[in-house]
Design a binder for this molecule. Structure first.
Ligand code: UDP
Length: 478
């Protein structure tokens, strides 16, 4: 028995197969393992190597954390063999098939449960069937939400009231009914219009909401002080039994741990960090659209032109499906920007970049991990949502927390349709870096960064919730 009495508690952590879900789930497993819980991360063989790298440090600290793999049913789902992570999807048309294929993971999960029965499964919200699997084995299932309370409340309110029937055009805004704060959003930001997989995806979201109600409770990667009103609304008004235990990224205290998340490499291999060391505090704008978004060349060109016109230093992470020449950059761009701007083609050590003192602002697609990481590092944002919860997260950042400026993107997967030209990018970069408004947003972000760290410390709101959760699971198990 360990000093806090949790020695025998064993939890399965089962993330959805995307970096944006695996990264916080692995952080969560590490956090539980630090509390003497035996943590097992369930994943597929293709995702195991980088998870293994991410937990190396935790293991050397004698925490009980391991990986169990189950086969991904590529052939059964008629998907390419090596497609085990959303990141490697060759075409957006395969998203629907990929989501549907993950439902085939239920059977191998249950076979694993037959062999080793944990005391609890913390499974991603995109695995609604995990509630049923856990019930078959008489163990509690917790839903993991890598989403903000704000977006969880907003999507639930939308689901109840279907207000989009009340507006006459896609560009018209509607007030999210009953959501505190009178938040308005354009109908075209709410769902993937005109895509063949939309119906399947909307059905999956409905199943996820439903399984949330049947599960033992909900674990959210957020902290109370960041979105109090919405955390309370989610638990007290919408009635979810909730524990908030974030920001999970803060469980990585060591530089190597921070560098090794996702597809990262060792600190020394990241030249971009050395580049940042040469820059003045708050002088660089970091641009990154997460792990799955691939922008069309036309949009990359507008970003490049806007960054150059803003006259600010920048570090820009560019993802492309295939390298198709350099037409996406204006003529002579890289030569002109030498020393002033750095383009990273591939994976960036985002946590270390955001925490670097040279970073003054972040252009983000509003993935929840990115926003939470920026808020924890005290970095104000330019928000450019592309799809999913990103439009809701933008509202939280710009209208509730007031630590960001929007570029004005409105349409779900609408990078071609939105008129976001270089002058819009230039104006947003200037607004977030120069003048009174910029100082005000930076100060607010700094304050949030302090609150985030406090939440994770002994006695802080997230630390207390984690302790309560472990106590409850222990009492259920023994
Ligand atoms: N990330 C990173 N380097 C990259 C791209 C992404 O470290 O080059 C990490 C980022 O820090 C975050 C996650 O990948 O933890 C992306 O999650 P997010 O929710 O922001 O967006 P998604 O990729 O799910 O759209």
């Amino acid at each position: 028995m360990s000093s806090n009495g949790n020695h025998n508690l064993h939890i399965f952590f089962f993330p959805f197969l995307a970096y944006g879900h695996i990264i916080p789930t692995v952080d969560m497993a590490k956090l539980f393992a630090e509390k003497s819980v035996k943590a097992t991360v369930i994943t597929t063989p293709g995702n195991a190597p980088f998870i293994s790298k991410a937990i190396e440090k935790a293991k050397t600290n004698n925490n009980e954390i391991q990986i169990q793999t189950i086969e991904f049913p590529s052939a059964e789902a008629s998907l390419p063999d090596d497609l085990e992570n959303i990141d490697s999807i060759p075409s957006p048309d395969l998203f629907g098939a990929f989501f549907m294929a993950t439902t085939l993971l239920q059977e191998p999960l249950e076979q694993l449960l037959l062999k080793q029965r944990p005391n609890c499964i913390v499974a991603d919200m995109f695995f609604p069937w995990a509630t049923e699997s856990a019930a078959k084995f008489g163990i509690p299932r917790l839903v993991f939400h890598g989403f903000s309370f704000f977006s969880l409340c907003a999507t639930t309110c939308m689901g109840f009231y279907k207000p989009d029937n009340d507006v006459s055009s896609d560009s018209e805004s509607l007030v999210i009914p009953n959501l505190p704060g009178e938040i308005k959003i354009a109908r075209m930001s709410l769902r993937p219009y005109g895509r063949s997989q939309a119906t399947g995806f909307i059905k999956l979201l409905a199943e996820a909401k439903e399984s949330e109600l049947r599960s033992h409770g909900v674990v959210v990667n957020s902290f109370y002080e960041l979105e109090k009103v919405y955390a309370d609304y989610f638990s007290k008004v919408l009635g979810r039994k909730t524990w908030h235990i974030g920001p999970l990224s803060l469980c990585n205290r060591d530089m190597e741990e921070k560098a090794n998340r996702g597809k990262g490499a060792s600190v020394g291999d990241h030249e971009c960090l050395k580049w940042l060391d040469t820059k003045k505090p708050k002088s660089v704008v970091y641009v990154c659209f997460g792990s799955t978004v691939v922008l069309p060349d036309s949009r990359l060109r507008e970003i490049a032109t806007g960054l150059e016109a803003s006259d600010q230093q920048f570090m820009w992470v560019v993802r492309k499906r295939k390298e198709d020449g350099v037409e996406w950059l204006p003529d002579g761009f890289e030569k002109r920007m030498e020393g002033k701007g750095l383009i990273i083609r591939g994976w960036a050590p985002q946590l270390l970049i955001l925490e670097h003192e040279a970073i003054g602002a972040f252009v983000t697609h509003c993935g929840w991990n990115s926003i939470l990481e920026a808020a924890s590092a005290g970095v104000p944002m330019i928000t450019w949502p592309i799809f999913a919860d990103q439009f809701f997260n933008e509202k939280l950042v710009t209208e509730v927390l007031k630590i960001g400026v929007p570029v004005g993107a409105k349409k779900w997967v609408g990078v071609e349709g939105d008129n976001i030209t270089s002058d819009v990018v230039e104006k947003a970069v200037k607004t977030i870096t120069i003048g009174e408004e910029a100082i005000d947003m930076r100060n607010k972000a700094k304050e949030l960064s302090k609150l985030a760290r406090r939440a994770m410390e002994e006695g802080g709101s997230s630390h207390s919730d984690l302790t309560t959760l472990i106590e409850e699971l222990t009492s259920l198990a023994f």
